[in-house]
Structures are given as C-alpha cells and as structure tokens.
Write a protein that binds this ligand. Structure first.
Ligand SMILES: NC(=O)C1=CN([C@@H]2O[C@H](COP(=O)(O)OP(=O)(O)OC[C@H]3O[C@@H](n4cnc5c(N)ncnc54)[C@H](O)[C@@H]3O)[C@@H](O)[C@H]2O)[C@@H](O)CC1
Ligand SMILES: Nc1ncnc2c1ncn2[C@@H]1O[C@H](COP(=O)(O)OP(=O)(O)O)[C@@H](O)[C@H]1O
Ligand SMILES: [K+]
Length: 524
C-alpha cells in the first residue's frame, strides 16, 4: 500500500481543484490565517536553506493583492526575524483583508516598504509573491513594467507557488511572467509544472507539502485521479521485475521489431539496442537483407531476419506467420515505400507499437477507423509533428491531445516531448512524465524508446497481472508505456549528469539504461 508521501507527488491539480480542496479544509475549521502561517513557515525554511543569510542577506519581497502576497508577507517577516535585510514592495493599493493585515503587521515590525523596485539592483534575492493560482487575466500596465524590471535584475528570484504571470493550468504566459530560479509549489503540483510553455519560467521546481489531508484531496480528485504525474514509484512498479526464478527466454517475451532501410540503417540498430536493454527474452529484428550482415556484429543476441527489399532498399514484405511473437514494433527508419507492411501488422493478434514511419503510414489512411478495428492493444509514440499528421483536428495542450486521440482511436497514445504525455483509452487516464532532459532532443533518442517500449510490451504481456484498468490496476500495455517513458527519460538525465547536456548520444542513452536502473533499484 502506498503511503501519503508517495501519493502526494502523483497528484496534478488545476486552480479550480486546488481551490476546492482548500475550500474543504477551511470549511472543516482550519483558519485561513493559520494555514498561511504554516505554509509560509515552510517556504521561509526552504528559502533560507537555498539562500543562506550569509550569502543572500539583502532580500526584496514582491507582494500582490491576494493570498500569494499574504504568504510573501509572512515569509518577509520570518526572514526579517532571521537577520535578513528585507524590503517589501506592494505595488497595488487593494489587498484581500488577510493580506492587508499581514502588511500592517510587517510595517509595525519596522520592515521597510519601498515604492518601486527601481532600487533593487543591490538585492541578493527577490521573493515573488505577486500572483499565485488566483491570476485571472494578463498582467498589464505598471505591473507588466515591474515584472520586466525584476526579470532584468541579476539576482535570483524565488517564486511562491507559481512564477507570477504563469497560468496555473495551461502554463501559458499571461502577458508577461517572472523568470524564477526556483519555484516552491504549494501543497500539490499544479498542472503548469508539466506544461512546456512554463518551463523557461519555473527554474528548479520543488513541492512544499503542507499536509493537505488525503481524504480532501481524494474527495475532489477521485480515488484514482484521471491526471497524474508519473512518479518513480509508479514507474518502477510497472517494470517486469522481479523475474521469476524459473524464467526461460521464451517465457520473458519475444519481440518482433520491424525497422530500418538501406537509407536509415541506424534507426534499426538504435531501436534494437533499446529492445536489448529492456531485458526482453527474444528479439527478432526484421530488416532489409542487404543491411543484415552490417548489423550482425552489433546485435549478437538478436535474431536478424533479412527481408526481401525494394530497389531503394526498403523492406518489401514480412514473414507470413506473425503469431509467435508476444509484441510487434514497427516503424523506425522504415520509409513509407511499402504500405502493406502496416496492413500485415495491424492484422496481428498481439500488442502493436507504431512509431515514426509506422505512424506516417497510418496517417495515409483513416487512423481512427483503422485502429478501432484492432482487437489487441495498440501503442502509438508520435512526436508532435507525427501527431499532427495523424490527428489534425485534435487540439489542446499535449495532455489533452493525447487523451482525445486515445479516446478516438482506442490506442494508448504516448505524445513525446519535454513532458511526454501517456493516455490510456480504457481507463481514460493520463500520466505526464515530469522529469526529463533536453539532452534527449536529438535524432535517435526516440528510436531507443521504441525498442525499449517494444521489449517491455513483449515482457508485460506475459505478466500475471490482469489486463484490466479498474481501480488503480494499470493494463499491461499501458504499464509498458509508463515504464519505458520514465526509464528512457531518467537514463537521459543519468547520462547527462555524467557527461553534459550535449553528450547524450543515442549510444550513451542505451548504455545508461541499465546502470541507471541498477542504481535506483539499489537505493529503493
Ligand atoms: N488560502 C490560503 O491560506 C492558502 C493560500 N495559498 C496561497 O494563496 C494563493 C492564492 O491566493 P488568491 O486566491 O488570493 O490568489 P492570488 O494571490 O494569486 O491573487 C489573486 C488576486 O489578484 C487579483 N488579480 C488576478 N489577476 C490579476 C492581474 N492580472 N492583475 C491585477 N490583479 C490581478 C485578483 O483580483 C485577486 O485579488 C496561492 O497561490 C498561494 O500562494 C497557499 O499558501 C495555500 C494556503
Ligand atoms: N526538450 C526535451 N526535453 C526532454 N525530452 C525531450 C526533449 N526533446 C525531445 N525529447 C525526447 O526525445 C525523444 C525524441 O524522439 P523523436 O522525436 O521520435 O526522435 P527520433 O525519431 O529522432 O529518435 C522523445 O522521447 C522525447 O520525449
Ligand atoms: K508567485
């Protein structure tokens, strides 16, 4: 059973949901001012850890009209009492009652209020308490100039809850937004933290858990929340581990990977390496016959199936019998020369992963009608360009797009990007992978993912867990998608930490898969 501390990082809330949860807590008797005091004490503690008074004594605190401003005022008071030289700037006259009271008390304590931020070039740190989840419209006029001035300062900014100007749900910049070095997200992760437009503003995010009761969170989000962050705990639980002591190579999955062409032989190699790293029992790689011998030395454990090919070096046809495989993955480096390849794999009665040219072939027909005919699970791994070709009418943020596409096609949709979204059609659930690295933004990272996911798909299909999505049980194919997305992203971070953001070649990525997993499993 998961503990509270394991649940909390999984939740992703909208501003409305957060307001409802807080509303329940206040209605149950928790005084608003007591909660503000508690939350702000925790924020002040984080700030003094990250920016000790010995290194960042001169602090400017930006205070808005709502409770985000109220939090900032309590933080100002706490830091003042710890010996920081605090100045407060409260640019708007109007304020909620509690915020106005906190301002009055700060004045009573002798904390200086300054009329503008023009003098803040001497500051070591700015605390941004202008707006939190109550931002309702774009920041304009004198507030916009103030944010611009703050963003020009050389010193770091710590944002309370959200960088002011960032929309809580979409992560969009509402006119202008503060660029934080760190953001302390209060209580529960807001959706903005997994939205690409916010990433340049959030800096290093941290969750400040102030003990919201699980019962109130569940009353608003449901027992099994529809939208979740993909946490380490959840992803690790989906791996095909531990292996049975009596495992046999034919009992731990046989993947057929159909990839490569004379033109794009590397994609076949990289995806095959990803599959090998997944631990799959047997890997058959179907490739054009003319590149078979070239790939053989790099893939000694795989069965290389040289296929008849077109004049241009694309696979012309596949073996007749696809029934012996536990999963099939089709796409990397294939070219779109031979549409019948897709037709044969769609007819197979095992889980199917389509990537790259597999998706491009699918886009040439009616993807929704085609996928709805499948009886076994289908997983799609498009990047945004491939997604647009497949589902041109589906709009929204990446999470919404993935969910809508999954619902329409009944496929599991893995929409790749900085925050990859994974949508499951049967449970209508969405996971977003929160931690990755731009080091993966290079050709070949996705090919490694395809092999890894294909290999996990073949293994998971033999798992004893039920293929049902009721309650918190995750279907085998969805489980493979969650585990693969998380594993590839974390291995990317692992390789980046040991090299640089420029050093995560696809080779380094698949080489990092197992060491990363070994290290995290050892620490669990
Ligand atoms: N209620 C509480 O005790 C708690 C509050 N918390 C804090 O409270 C925040 C939410 O507080 P609020 O709901 O008061 O919202 P905010 O403090 O985010 O601001 C809302 C206020 O700003 C005004 N406003 C919105 N957009 C504007 C714009 N573009 N230009 C000018 N004015 C604008 C609104 O009219 C309203 O007065 C959270 O982000 C968090 O920092 C958390 O600490 C949790 C506990
Ligand atoms: N900025 C980024 N941050 C994190 N991950 C990224 C970023 N850009 C790309 N990726 C990841 O890199 C991979 C790229 O896949 P894809 O576009 O299919 O590349 P290819 O087909 O060349 O291998 C995906 O897993 C994607 O999530
Ligand atoms: K803020």
């Amino acid at each position: 059973m998961l503990h509270r501390t394991q649940h909390i990082p999984r939740f992703l809330v909208t501003a409305e949901q957060m307001q409802q949860i807080e509303g329940r807590v206040f209605a149950a008797g928790m005084p608003v001012s007591a909660l503000m005091e508690k939350v702000s004490g925790l924020i002040a503690r984080q700030i003094s850890e990250h920016y000790p008074v010995s290194q960042a004594a001169r602090v400017g605190v930006l205070v808005g009209p709502g409770h985000n401003g109220g939090d900032a005022l309590v933080v100002a008071r706490e830091l003042h009492s710890q010996g920081y030289q605090v100045q407060i700037c409260q640019p708007l006259d109007k304020a909620k009652q509690l915020t106005a009271d906190q301002a009055r008390y700060a004045q009573h304590l002798g904390i200086p209020f300054v009329p503008s931020v023009a003098e803040w070039r001497d500051r070591d740190l700015i605390i941004d308490g202008l707006f939190g989840f109550g931002l309702e419209r774009p920041i304009e006029g004198k507030l916009a100039s103030l944010v611009k001035q703050i963003n020009r300062l050389a010193c770091p900014v710590y944002s309370i809850d959200l960088p002011s100007g960032i929309h809580t749900d979409s992560g969009q910049v509402m006119g202008i937004a503060i660029r934080a070095e760190r953001t302390g997200c209060l209580g529960l992760w807001k959706r903005a933290f997994v939205q690409a437009p916010a990433l340049a503003y959030l800096g290093q995010p941290e969750l400040i858990d102030f003990g919201l009761p699980l019962a109130d969170i569940r009353a608003v989000l449901g027992e099994t929340p529809t939208v979740q962050r993909l946490t380490d705990e959840v992803a690790i639980a989906q791996l095909p581990l531990p292996r049975s002591a009596t495992a046999h190579k034919y009992k731990v999955g046989h993947l057929l990977l159909i990839a490569g062409s004379r033109q794009y032989a590397g994609a076949a190699l990289l995806s095959a390496k990803g599959a090998v790293a997944s631990g799959v029992g047997m890997l058959t790689l179907a490739i054009p016959e003319t590149i078979r011998l070239a790939l053989l030395p790099s893939l000694p454990g795989a069965l290389l199936l040289g296929c008849p090919e077109t004049e241009a070096g694309a696979i012309a046809n596949l073996p007749e019998d696809l029934s012996k495989y536990d999963a099939i993955a089709l796409g990397p480096g294939l070219t779109t020369a031979v549409p019948t390849l897709l037709k044969s794999v769609l007819a197979a009665d095992c889980p199917l992963l389509l990537d790259a040219d597999g998706l491009n072939l699918l886009a040439q027909q009616d993807p929704v009608a085609t996928l709805q005919q499948r009886t076994a699970p289908t997983v799609l791994t498009p990047h945004p360009g491939e997604f647009k070709r497949l589902f041109p009418a589906i709009k929204g943020d990446p999470g919404e797009q993935a969910q809508r596409a999954a619902e329409a096609s009944q496929a599991i949709v893995v929409l790749k990007g900085a925050k990859t979204a994974i949508a499951c059609p049967t449970s209508q659930r969405l996971w977003v992978n929160p931690e990755s690295t731009p080091a993966l933004a290079r050709g070949g990272s996705g090919d490694v993912l395809t092999g890894l996911l294909g290999g996990l798909l073949a293994q998971k299909m033999l798992d004893s867990k039920p293929d049902s999505d009721s309650s918190d049980v995750i279907s085998a194919a969805t489980a493979a998608a969650l585990a693969a997305v998380w594993w590839q992203a974390q291995a990317g971070r692992y390789a980046s930490d040991r090299n640089s953001e420029l050093g995560v070649s696809p080779d380094r990525l698949f080489q990092a898969l197992d060491p990363f997993l070994g290290s995290i499993l050892a620490s669990c």
